[in-house]
Design a protein around this ligand. Structure first.
Ligand SMILES: [Fe+2]
Length: 296
């Protein structure tokens, strides 16, 4: 079936989605990429970004903006403005774009994995966690209705190497923020930091290529004034390359939203809130539906 026969997912309409590094577009002035199976062309002209469908004849306008070092697009009218990320504008904060990774998984699986502390000791052994400190302590989860975001606070985890500049194990405080179904932000209180920003910020922005293929764009905003850019990028790349095979081997690749398929535990309070939020939105993109599909 040719590409133009596909409709654009109604779930993704009105959502702000990262589609490219702003630096790459500003250098090349022109690039092509894919969002929900549709090829798009980005052009930087007259100080703004223009976006066109390449082969598709979809009747939807595409809004575009540059923010936080990325090009963001929104097909149709935005459901809400792009979320605020104040730390990005703070002078002296180190802005560390960590590139984009192609991963064969659902956008929702990638976000849920990012929200999950329980896997640290097993997948990021010796860095973000280590046995026997495997227990996820209780934390608070709240839905912030005014901004339609989910926040988890008071998350504490003992980490052998919390950041590139860490010299010893430390109990690390996390705040998780799910800004949209495709965009999550982690604030990591760095006790060895100089106080330029309240916490290091790690962002995962998902570009949905299709329901089981993504480009994961990573950005860090760090207090670290010492580590080289290369070391900071390599640190995050190492973490992400540990997650990638886990995500790609997860069956089903799409995320089940109903508890009868995967039983959550108390440590999964944030993942449970994320799934409930998606259900309330009647979100279906990247969702496993047992009636329609079989696990193979
Ligand atoms: Fe991970």
């Amino acid at each position: 079936m040719s590409e133009q026969k596909y409709a654009f997912s109604t779930c993704l309409m009105g959502e702000w989605m990262v589609v490219a590094s702003a630096q790459t577009l500003l250098e090349t002035l022109h690039l092509e990429t894919v969002v929900d199976r549709h090829a798009i062309r980005l052009r930087y002209t007259e100080n703004s970004v223009k976006v066109d469908w390449i082969k598709s004849d979809l009747p939807f306008n595409i809004h575009a903006q540059i923010a936080y070092g990325f090009v963001w697009i929104c097909v149709g009218e935005p459901k809400k403005p792009l979320f605020q990320l104040e730390e990005y504008a703070i002078p002296q904060a180190r802005l560390v774009p960590c590139g984009a990774y192609g991963v064969r998984t659902s956008p929702l699986r990638a976000i849920e994995n990012f929200l999950d502390m329980a896997h640290f000791p097993y997948i990021h052994t010796g860095i973000l966690g280590a046995e026997p400190e495997t227990m996820v302590k209780p934390y608070q989860v709240e839905y912030r209705k005014a901004i339609d975001e989910i926040w988890a606070t008071e998350c504490f985890f003992t980490q052998p190497l919390a950041a590139p500049s860490s010299s010893q194990p430390q109990e690390t405080e996390y705040i998780y923020r799910v800004a949209t179904p495709l965009n999550a932000i982690l604030y990591k209180v760095n006790t060895q930091a100089e106080g330029i920003i309240p916490a290091d910020v790690i962002c995962l922005f998902i570009q949905p290529i299709n329901e089981t293929q993504i480009r994961a764009h990573l950005l860090m905003i760090l207090d670290d004034q010492i580590s080289s850019m290369t070391d900071m990028v390599l640190f995050q790349q190492k973490i992400f390359t540990q997650d990638k095979p886990i995500l790609e081997n997860h069956l089903p690749l799409k995320l089940p939203l109903h508890q009868r398929i995967e039983i959550p535990t108390k440590a999964d309070a944030l993942a449970t809130a994320y799934r409930k939020w998606l259900l309330e939105k009647q979100w279906s993109y990247g969702v496993f539906s047992p009636e329609k599909e079989h696990v193979v």
